[in-house]
Design a protein around this ligand. Sequence first.
Ligand SMILES: *[C@@H]1O[C@H](CO)[C@@H](O)[C@H](O)[C@H]1NC(C)=O
Ligand SMILES: *[C@@H]1O[C@H](CO)[C@@H](O)[C@H](O)[C@H]1NC(C)=O
Ligand SMILES: *[C@@H]1O[C@H](CO)[C@@H](O)[C@H](O)[C@H]1NC(C)=O
Length: 355
Amino acid sequence: MEAEHLSVVSKLPADDMLSALGFLSSICFLFADSARRMKVERSSPVQGSLAEQVVLPCHFSIIPPPTGSTSTSTTAAWTKLVGDEEIVVIVTQNGFLKIGPEFKGRVSVPSHPEDEGDASLSIARLRASDAGVYRCEVMHGIEDTQESVSLNVNGVVFHYRANTSRYTLDFQHAKQACTDVDATIATAEQLHSAYEDGFDQCDAGWLADQTVRYPITMPREGCHGDMIMRPGVRSYGLRNSSETYDVYCYAGKLQGEVFFADAEMTLDEAREECERRDAVLASPGHLHAAWRAGLDRCDFGWLSDGSARYPISVPRMQCGRGQLGVRTMYRFLNQTGFLLPSEKLGAFCFKGMSS
Ligand SMILES: *[C@@H]1O[C@H](CO)[C@@H](O)[C@H](O)[C@H]1NC(C)=O
Ligand SMILES: *[C@@H]1O[C@H](CO)[C@@H](O)[C@H](O)[C@H]1NC(C)=O
Ligand SMILES: *[C@@H]1O[C@H](CO)[C@@H](O)[C@H](O)[C@H]1NC(C)=O
C-alpha cells in the first residue's frame, strides 16, 4: 500500500503514536518471556540505482501463527543508522503511520505485516544519500525482534559540455556525447534524485525526455530559471531538438577500476601510459562512477575525451574549495574549451573487470 494513502487513515497524531510505541516496548521488556516466539530472516546487502525503487526485505514468522481474529497488534518500525543516531524511516501499527521527513512520499510497508509475515520496506526515487544501514523491528504483542539490512546505491548524474564551447549540442548530439563517454543521457527522475542529494549546476542541459533543465540547490543571481530564489530543478520544458544546450549524463556502477597515473604527460603520452599498464584512458563516465564509489585525487588527469578532471570525495579547501564532486579544468575563464593536448598532466586510466 502506498504510504501517503495510509497516512490519510491515521487516527492518532504521530506524537501520541510514538508514546504508544514507547509504552509497547516497555511492556516487551517486562514480559519478554512469552510462549509465542518470533524470528526475522537475515538478508544480504541490497543494491539499488539512483531514482529507482528497491525493497529491503524483512520477513518474519510468528510461532505459533496468529489465529483468526487477532486482537494482538503488530508494529513494524524501520529506522536508519546515521552516525550514532537512528532516524525514523517508517513506523506502522494497525494502520497508524509515521514517516521520517527525508522519506515522505517515497516509502511504504505492507499495511498488515502480520498477515504475510512481511514487513519489507520499499523505497522509491532512490537517492545516493539513502545508502546505509537500515533496521527492521517487528513487535507483535509482547514479542520483539529485529534485523539489519544494508543498502548500496549506484549511479551518478553529471553535467557534460562539448570540447568547443557552451551550449553547442542539439538533442541528437547530446545523446551521442553521453554515449561517447560511457554514459547515457540522464532522465528527469535521475536529475531530480541527484538534486535531492545536493547537485547544483547553473547550466541548461538536455535530458532523455527532450526537456532542458538544471538543478539549483543554492539559488543565486543568473540561475533563477522558472523559479525565483527557491531551490529546485529549473525547467525550460520540452524543446525543439535543433536547439543547442549542454547535457546531463548518467553513469551506472563502475564495471572495473579507475587509477591515476602520476606523471607529466601530453594527451597522447597519457593514452600510451594507460595502455602500457594494460588499461585505457578513463572516460568521464568512468571517472564519475569511480568518484561515486569513493575515488579521491587532487591532481588533474587526462580523460579519453581530451578533458582534464579530478575527483574529490573528501572535502578540503585546497582542492575544489571544499566542495565534493568531479572538477573540470577548462581552457578559458568562462568555463569553455578543453586544454590543449600538448599540456602536461597525469592520467586517469580505466581497467575493465574482464581484462
Ligand atoms: C572535439 O570533440 C570532437 C568529437 O567529440 C572531436 O572530433 C574533436 O577532435 C575534438 N576537438 C578538440 C579540439 O579536441
Ligand atoms: C524546430 O526548429 C527548426 C529550425 O528552427 C524548424 O525548422 C522546425 O520546424 C522546428 N520543429 C518543430 C517541431 O517545431
Ligand atoms: C569564452 O571565452 C573565449 C576566450 O575568451 C571566447 O573565445 C568564447 O567565445 C567565450 N565563450 C562563451 C560561451 O562566452
